[in-house]
Design a protein around this ligand. Structure first.
Ligand code: X5A
Ligand code: ZN
Length: 688
């Protein structure tokens, strides 16, 4: 019986506050399309029934994909034909098969496969069909972790074509979602290279096909296989229309495929910055809570914000409990939950394509849980989420990098108790309680919520006072006051040397609060130990990168110069900029030219990934700037590709160790000594 036929005038739905509410993370009010609801005083919604939308689940399984097998007689290879027959069997046993819409697999064409792979690679794979035993072994051994028989190429084409057909069926509306029970797997296969049991990259080829031939605009690929999908990451690293997000065991680059490119520091390039998201576990042994935490904090907010037309999951089950290779402990229930969450994206257009997974029982039960959810069943209940420390740390590292590119990731509103717990965990200090009072912001769902960015600022101010006796400087201008915090040392009016340090509050509070590793605090420490004065400008724009914020920061710097510096007697002012703060320093130099040349001893910048800012015109100014600046530009920064290097950018140099794209704080740390050596050189002969 459908809701349509129900003989009821009104249905009441109790809002269960225990259920995970996806709207919570974006602070939106609970409202679904077609659900014109009013909340009554007792939390009961008036529900106007809508006709059910029929949901159908597609299934790809072709037994011929079992032909690809290991030729080494008696040697068991984990990527075994029984993987897909095991999954097919359990679906049959639990009466799922009859509820699934069978989508026939077909061989992917050369044209399709070569949207990702080179013709050379296609030909190399193609040749294997006619090879003798020795040749097969030799060819397989040329790759990293690949075995071959005469059917491998055919099976690879079938697996790839199967995923294509299922996604097409979803896009055409024949089915709502689906599961592709295919092998060989694909996500390690690179444009030029078969590896890691993979010949063609089934999911990557499908995504390219959808975009090329089927007018699909945005695609999310979520990869929960225990391994990083190096092939998929490569295929879309500068494609802004395809988000690749992977949760994998990383172990500092030790775990297969063993590349640093699986780290969270790789986030896409060019127009596609933030469109690659790596969530790298530092060790084996992760549990359901860790995966669900990563989903709720990173995957789902990004998926929601990206709003793809379809979600394709590289659904390896080698993170499952019992897997001999993955050694993680993800339960079938958690796989069901992840599937369930993903159904809320892209109008439910969701395709799971099998990748790895080597314990037949584990992968069968995991696949069953996923398929049941695809078919419309609710996932079983999970115990309360308790992420491990390693998980929280990993997720926070990811947030630190990704929150620059995704609005939904920051700032974070958390319940006060959770905020306290996190704050204590991160700063390891008692007595954070007072900071809370200042920052209680709003009440949501009857609970007190706090803005973590605000709390961080309050915490930082107190820390600066307790540790360095620095005090907040009043800002008389109301709109400058809103986002910014100026704190200065008490020797401001007596010291001969003043540092102006402009930096941006990490938009995710979690990281900069770790005082021990907070590079900005280390700076202040060095400066105050030398009895120099410091003005610390903590800039936390509502919308980093937009022109309004840039304008505000420019104004703030001029304010500091005109209202503070000019009232001091200091003869040496050093300008120190990190991240987006840098451009406000060149602006200050340009705007206050004559006085600046007189009183500024040196300009030091760590622009990180932002454009290297330039000073205004005037040969005098430009020459001075070049002589008095030290700009640390990472080796992979586009600045170094410029044919003509102009003095307007100051004296640019590579940071020590030439680390590539890294957070500002890391580069600052790296350059700490060199920066102060530079300062000493300038002050040589002067009394410090
Ligand atoms: C698809 C997949 C694993 C390769 C491991 C090689 N490949 N040692 O899970
Ligand atoms: Zn795997």
């Amino acid at each position: 019986m459908s809701v349509e036929n129900m003989d009821v005038e009104e249905l009441y739905v109790v809002v269960d506050s225990n259920k995970p509410n996806l709207n919570e993370r974006t602070n939106r009010t609970l409202k679904r399309p077609g659900l014109d609801s009013q909340t009554t005083t007792n939390g009961i919604e008036k529900y106007h029934p809508q006709p059910f939308k029929e949901s159908r689940t597609g299934f790809v399984y072709d037994i011929r994909m079992r032909y690809h097998g290991n030729l080494h007689e008696g040697e068991y290879h984990p990527e075994d034909p029984s993987r897909i027959s095991g999954i097919a069997k359990i679906l049959e046993t639990y009466n799922c098969t009859e509820r699934l819409v069978k989508i026939p697999a077909r061989e992917a064409t050369k044209e399709e496969v070569c949207l990702v792979h080179s013709v050379k690679h296609w030909n190399e794979v193609d040749k294997t069909a006619g090879m003798k035993f020795e040749q097969l072994v030799e060819t397989g051994d040329q790759y990293n972790s690949v075995y071959l028989n005469n059917d491998s190429a055919f099976c690879a084409r079938l697996a790839c074509g199967g995923v294509i057909e299922l996604c097409k069926a979803v896009m055409q509306g024949t089915v709502t979602n689906g599961f592709a029970n295919v092998r060989p797997p694909g996500h390690h296969a690179e444009p030029e290279e078969a590896m890691g049991f993979c010949l063609f990259n089934n999911v990557a080829v499908t995504a390219k096909c959808l975009r090329e031939y089927h007018h699909v605009n945005k695609i999310l690929i979520l990869d929960w296989d225990i391994h990083h999908g190096n092939g998929t990451q490569k295929a879309f690293y500068n494609d802004p229309n395809v988000v690749y997000c992977s949760i994998h065991r990383y172990e500092n680059g030790e775990f297969y495929p063993g590349s640093e490119q699986a780290n969270y520091t790789y986030f896409g390039s060019g127009e596609a910055k933030g469109k690659t998201i790596n969530i790298p576990w530092p060790r084996a042994g992760m549990y359901d809570s860790d995966y669900i935490y990563a989903f709720d904090k990173v995957v789902m907010p990004i998926a929601d914000e990206f709003s793809p037309d379809i979600v394709i999951v590289s659904a390896g089950f080698d993170a499952a409990e019992g897997d001999p290779i993955g050694e993680n402990h993800v339960s079938p229930i958690a796989f069901g939950h992840m599937t369930h969450r993903l159904k809320s994206i892209a109008n439910g257009r969701l395709v799971l394509a099998l990748e790895g997974g080597y314990n037949i029982d584990s992968i069968s039960r995991s696949a069953l849980a996923c398929v049941k959810v695809l078919l419309g069943e609710a996932p079983d209940r999970l115990p309360p989420i308790k992420p491990s420390k390693d998980c929280m740390e990993t997720v926070h590292n990811v947030l630190r990098v990704q929150s620059r590119y995704w609005k939904s990731l920051a700032p974070e509103h958390v319940e006060i108790a959770e905020g306290m717990r996190k704050l204590k965990y991160y700063c390891g200090r008692k007595g954070c309680d007072q900071d809370m009072g200042a920052v209680i912001k709003e009440r949501t769902l009857g609970k007190i919520a706090i803005d973590m960015t605000e709390m961080l600022k309050a915490y930082r101010v107190r820390y600066l006072y307790e540790t360095f006796r620095m005090v907040p400087a009043p800002i008389s201008n109301d709109h400058l006051k809103k986002f910014n915090q100026i704190t200065c040392s008490q020797n401001l009016f007596t010291s001969n040397i003043i540092f102006i340090f402009v930096h941006e509050t990490n938009r995710t509070w979690q990281v900069s609060i770790i005082s021990e590793i907070d590079s900005s605090l280390r700076f202040i420490d060095t400066i105050t130990k030398q009895d120099c004065a410091i003005i610390d400008i903590d800039f936390s724009p509502s919308n980093p990168g937009d022109s309004q914020s840039r304008h505000e920061l420019n104004e703030l710097l001029l304010y500091v110069w005109d209202n503070m510096i000019l009232h001091t007697a200091a003869r040496h002012v050093f300008l120190l900029g990190a991240g987006i703060g840098c451009a406000s320093l060149t602006n200050l130099i340009t705007e206050r030219e004559p006085m600046i040349l007189d009183r500024v001893g040196g300009v030091i910048m760590v622009p990180s990934e932002i454009e290297v800012p330039k000073v205004g015109r005037g040969t005098n100014l430009i020459d001075w700037y070049y002589e008095h600046s030290c700009i640390f530009v990472p080796g992979d920064h586009p600045y170094w590709d410029k044919k003509q290097k102009s003095k307007v950018f100051g004296r640019c140099k590579l940071p020590v160790g030439n680390i590539g794209a890294a957070p500002v704080s890391e580069i600052l740390d790296q350059c700490h000594q060199e920066i102060f050596r530079y300062v000493y050189t300038i002050l040589a002969g002067e009394e410090l």
